[in-house]
Design a protein around this ligand. Structure first.
Ligand code: 5RP
Length: 226
């Protein structure tokens, strides 16, 4: 029996997500390597949709290159579905997101959507959030104070670098990644950190949690509903 690679699992869940796309509508599209598989699958039914709202410049480029029209989120009201990956998802649909630095736009589109469909391979399913470093998008001048605030909570935080320099997000801000935290109450954590001055978005998605998770497993796609 041949075993499925992580890439195969991403392809499977990307294709399975097509079932949630509503004909004639605009679909919310996330960011990352799993979403790239979804975008490729979406291109095969592009005549059936009106277009997409995208959570990053990278996804926008890919969508456009495949002939899918991209709308600004301000041009549309509510979306029926938002499809995105996750760095971790727990058994209640709470997630850590932002490994691709797109968390702010991801949360905005998720909040505009009636249903969040998370697509992930089974390595992302966890009992407690916090093994993956929590990304936090911050206004650069607040970064060091926010790092100290996480230290006071028992975490270790550092500015994400790219080519030796602070990574600059699509919104012109920086990312702080936090390790060493056990997030036992995601709603409380998101509420607390979101209030710190300089925090643009915390990568814990508790208020914008997943409603469905399509999980790629060695036995095929498993559907978790929350
Ligand atoms: C980007 C994200 C991604 O959804 C998350 O990092 C998962 O990415 P991948 O599918 O490449 O593992 O939150 O900001």
């Amino acid at each position: 029996m041949s075993t499925l690679s992580q890439d195969d699992l991403k392809t499977l869940v990307g294709q399975a997500a097509l079932k949630y796309v509503v004909s004639g509508e605009i679909v919310g599209v996330g960011t990352g390597s799993t979403v790239n598989k979804f975008i490729d699958a979406l291109a095969t039914i592009k005549e059936q949709i009106k277009g997409a709202v995208s959570s990053s410049n990278a996804s926008t480029e890919r969508l456009k290159a495949l002939g899918i029209q991209v709308f600004d989120s301000n041009e549309v009201d509510e979306l029926s579905v938002y499809i995105d990956g996750a760095d971790e998802v727990d058994h209640q649909g709470f997630m850590i997101k932002g490994g691709g630095a797109a968390l702010t736009r991801e949360k905005i589109i998720a909040s505009q959507s009636r249903q969040f469909v998370c697509i992930a391979d089974e390595s992302k399913l966890v009992t407690n959030l916090g093994r993956f470093p929590v990304p936090v998008e911050v206004i650069p001048m607040s970064a060091q104070r926010i790092i100290r605030q996480f230290r006071a909570m028992g975490g270790v935080a550092q500015i994400r670098l790219r080519d030796g320099q602070p990574l600059v997000t699509d919104n012109g801000q920086h990312i702080v990644d936090v390790t060493g935290l056990q997030i036992t109450d995601p709603l409380a954590f998101e509420t607390q950190v979101s209030q710190w001055p300089g925090v643009v978005t915390v990568g814990v998605f508790a208020f914008q949690k997943a409603h469905v998770c399509l999980l790629g497993t060695a036995q095929g796609v498993k559907t978790l509903t929350f």
